[in-house]
Design a protein around this ligand. Structure first.
Ligand code: AKB
Length: 318
């Protein structure tokens, strides 16, 4: 059985990915890595091992990898796009210096590594409609610059040392479990909280702005199935385009309104989020992921909306 370390296990993706991996590989085989101030609690802490695993401390990562004979690392340590733009030094320190530490440890201990990239790795000059797998990547945000670097550095370790690095470009991720915190696509999560609480939603993204999105169960499936994919079939290794749906604020609002007829939305556009959102693709072409490792999402906008409203109502209203 594989031994896995999840770095950032208490974050938006990490908290659900750790649970999913424990279901598949067994509780004792999946270590919940965390940083001081974001310690795991409850089931995440009690069900399996947990260790401090700060990407900025290479020795600490190496110690955990040796102690648990780790075969695969899911490196989810990163700041999201809006926060990164306001804390560029920290974004680089965690996203790139941290990645270097992980890749060095992985090279020495022969671990597989998954480090997500994002639709943020694209920029204004990228073709926005059916954005190809291999295309122009000239983002103007520090988040985007760090995501392009993540892809390139991961590919470089793969070519130079044979380190088995793999990654997808995640779109906006929607979940009822943990809040994202600091991204451009967060509105697509926040809108559900307003709808379930019966509050008016104030949308920071302009009408007509399309972005790719995905429900969290599909995101977990993407990460795990790429890590389990047959290496002989992989032409690409890092930065696979993956998407499940593409919508603008008025479209998700209309979808929620089918179930909550009194729900209201107004626009109060945030200039930074607007600039970032408009520089990102409208819709990705994810055919390489479909061909190379059989990627296929389960949820579209309508099935996700039904599930989100149901699960979030139970969570918030008991
Ligand atoms: C963000 O909005 O920053 C992230 C992303 C798409 O990478 N959700």
């Amino acid at each position: 059985m594989k031994n896995i370390l999840v770095i950032g296990s208490t974050g938006q993706i990490g908290s659900e990915l750790t649970r999913e991996l424990r279901k598949r590989y067994g509780n004792d085989h999946v270590v919940a890595g965390y940083i001081k101030g974001a310690e795991p609690t409850g089931e995440l802490l009690e069900a399996g091992p947990a260790e401090e695993a700060d990407v900025t401390k290479a020795e600490m990562i190496a110690t955990v990898v040796k102690k648990y004979h780790i075969d695969a690392i899911y490196n989810l340590a990163a700041l999201l796009s809006v926060v990164a733009e306001n804390k560029p030094n920290l974004a680089w320190k965690i996203g790139i210096d941290g990645l270097w530490n992980i890749l060095e440890v992985a090279r020495e201990h022969h671990c597989q590594v998954f480090t997500p990239s994002s639709i943020g790795s694209f920029g204004e000059s990228t073709p926005h409609w059916m954005t190809p797998q291999d295309t122009i990547q000239r983002p103007k945000t520090i988040y985007g610059v760090s995501k392009v670097t993540t892809e390139l550095l991961s590919d470089w370790f793969n070519q130079k040392y044979g380190t088995d690095t793999r990654s997808v470009r995640f779109p906006g991720l929607i979940s009822y479990v943990a809040l994202p915190g600091g991204g451009t696509t967060d509105y697509a999560v926040d809108i559900f909280y307003s709808a379930v609480r019966g509050e008016k939603f104030v949308c920071p993204i302009p009408e007509g702005t399309l972005m790719d999105m995905m429900y969290m169960p599909d995101a977990l499936h993407a990460a795990i199935s790429l890590m389990e994919a047959d290496p002989a079939r992989l032409v690409h290794h890092n930065g696979f385009n993956v998407t499940a749906m593409s919508f603008a604020p008025e479209t998700i609002y209309a979808e929620i309104k089918k179930h909550k007829p009194n729900f209201e939305m107004v626009y109060e556009v945030d200039p930074l989020k607007k600039a970032i959102a408009e520089s990102w693709p409208d819709k990705l072409d994810d055919s390489c992921a479909r061909q190379e490792w059989d990627w296929k999402p389960q949820y579209d906008l309508s099935s996700m909306t039904v599930d989100m409203l149901d699960k979030l109502s139970k969570k918030l209203n008991g």
